[in-house]
Each structure stands twice: as structure tokens, then as C-alpha cells.
Design a protein around this ligand. Structure first.
Ligand code: KIV
Ligand code: NA
Length: 266
């Protein structure tokens, strides 16, 4: 299958065709979503909440990201693999961000990196793209700043809309190939989408973005408890695995497994 490349994503925007992005953190998820034709896989720092068991993405380190990125990049045959720069690995200086991004590309074999933040990130985006590292930007609600933002709150409401549009434009001008819009009012996301030449990728940003992204453990119903409003559950993997584990345990306890068909007689 032909690999998805950045010009392909630009062409989709020009043709007005929408596309879906999913996170992946391991080989099977990457293989399956790639086979399903998902063009872009994100190894998100949402691995913090979805792989490592942390409450937020803040504790995730580069050392924790790299092996996940390598697994996804190895398994993806067609998809473009984007890796998140984790909190604290790029905010101090352009040099710090550059060094971190190179690790995701060299050791993780990512095809692109993603970073959170507005116009203040433009110098880093310029340095990375200048060195051949494609960058996906991420504005609106940025989970790495949740302590600063005061929790999971919709961003870009009212007067803050103009600043959001200006941030997105600054990131585009610095060379970003796409921008994630997380938890922003749908009309504001539509405005950003119309003012940019690069694709917007929405999550909790309404229907008028060029693409959508969901965290795979959310969309597949793996996690327990309530999901955010913007999540749609496309499967109940948690229920499926619960039933399977209970059936297996019951079979072992009753002696029904293994039967002759699952044993070696000689
Ligand atoms: O880490 C992540 O999963 C993300 C997406 C939700 C955009 O950043
Ligand atoms: Na992220």
C-alpha cells in the first residue's frame, strides 16, 4: 500500500475530503487501524493515562514515549506516524525541543512530531521543519498545561477566539503541516479551519474541521467510567474482554479448558 505522506494530507484539504486520526501505543492497535485505512496514527502522550496508569499526561517522559513510538512505527505499513513531544521536553528552549524531537525521529522512527502551544512555539516549529522534521501543532485545550489552565475546560470562547486564530496562523506560518484543535467551540474551530491552508484536526471541536482525532481506548470502549462529551464509543472492548476473562477463568475452574482439542495426547 502507498504510504501516506504530508503532501497527501494537503491534497485532501484542497479536495475538501475529511480524514480520521486515532492514537495507537502498540503493535496490534497500529496494525489494525492501519489495515482499516486510518491515514494518520498518533502516539500520543495520552499514553500517560492509557498505558502507564497516570492521572494526566504531565509525568510522561521521552524514555517512556520512544519504545511506544517504535512499536507503532514498526507495525504501520501505510499510516503516517506522529509522535507527541512530552511535557518538559521542549518548553525550555529551541535546542531542548530539537534534541527531543530528534530522539522521537531517530530512536522512535516517527514520521512527524506533535507539540502543544501557540505562537510562542513558532521558533521551535521553524527550527524543526527547517531540519526536516514535520510538525503537527496542538492548540485550544492543551492537556500538558491543565494545571495552568485550571482543568479540562473549553478554550477560545468569546474574546479568546481571536488569539486562538492568531496562534494557529503563527504555527502554520512557522511551517506546521497540521494543527489539532482540542475542546474549542465549533464555530471557532470552523473559523480557524477557514483561515488556514493546512488541515485542522478536531477533538471536541465540532464537525467543521478537516480531520478528527480520538484516543483509541476511548473510541473502542476500553476505559471504565464516564467518557468526555466529545468521545463516541464505536465498540465495547472492555465488555468483550471482561466476558472473555470471566469465561476463561470459569472454564479453568470447572476443568472445561483445556479439552482434548487443546492438548497434546502423545
Ligand atoms: O495525546 C493525545 O492523545 C493527543 C490527542 C488527543 C490529540 O494529543
Ligand atoms: Na497529546
Amino acid at each position: 500500500p502507498r504510504k501516506v505522506r504530508i503532501p497527501h494530507l494537503q491534497a485532501l484539504k484542497a479536495e475538501g475530503r475529511r480524514w480520521a486520526m486515532l492514537t495507537a501505543y502498540d503493535m496490534y492497535a497500529a496494525e489494525i487501524f492501519d489495515e482499516a485505512g486510518i491515514p494518520v496514527l498518533l502516539v500520543g502522550d495520552s499514553a500517560g493515562n492509557n498505558v502507564y496508569g497516570y492521572e494526566t499526561t504531565v509525568p510522561v517522559t521521552l524514555d517512556e514515549m520512544v519504545p511506544l513510538v517504535r512499536a507503532v512505527a514498526s507495525a504501520a505499513r501505510r499510516a503516517l506516524v506522529v509522535a507527541d513531544l512530552p511535557f518538559g521536553c521542549y518548553g525550555a528552549s529551541v535546542e531542548q525541543g530539537f534534541t527531543s524531537a530528534v530522539r522521537l525521529m531517530k530512536e522512535g522512527r516517527a514520521h512527524a512530531v506533535k507539540l502543544e502551544g501557540g505562537a510562542s512555539m513558532a521558533p521551535l516549529v521553524r527550527a524543526l521543519t527547517g531540519a526536516g522534521i514535520p510538525v503537527m501543532a496542538h492548540v485550544g485545550f492543551t492537556p500538558q498545561s491543565e494545571h495552568q489552565l485550571g482543568g479540562y475546560r473549553v478554550q477560545g470562547r468569546g474574546d479568546a477566539a481571536d488569539a486562538l486564530v492568531a496562534d494557529a496562523r503563527a504555527l502554520q506560518d512557522a511551517g506546521a503541516f497540521a494543527v489539532v484543535l482540542e475542546m474549542v467551540p465549533a464555530p471557532v474551530a470552523a473559523r480557524v479551519t477557514q483561515s488556514l491552508d493546512i488541515p485542522t484536526v478536531g477533538i471536541g471541536a465540532g464537525a467543521v474541521t478537516d480531520a478528527q482525532v480520538l484516543v483509541w481506548s476511548d473510541f473502542a470502549g476500553l476505559r471504565s467510567g464516564r467518557s468526555p462529551r466529545f468521545v463516541k464509543k464505536y465498540a465495547d472492548l472492555r465488555g468483550t474482554l471482561l466476558d472473555a476473562a470471566r469465561a476463561y477463568a470459569a472454564d479453568v475452574e470447572s476443568g472445561a479448558f483445556p479439552d482434548a482439542g487443546h492438548s497434546f495426547e502423545s
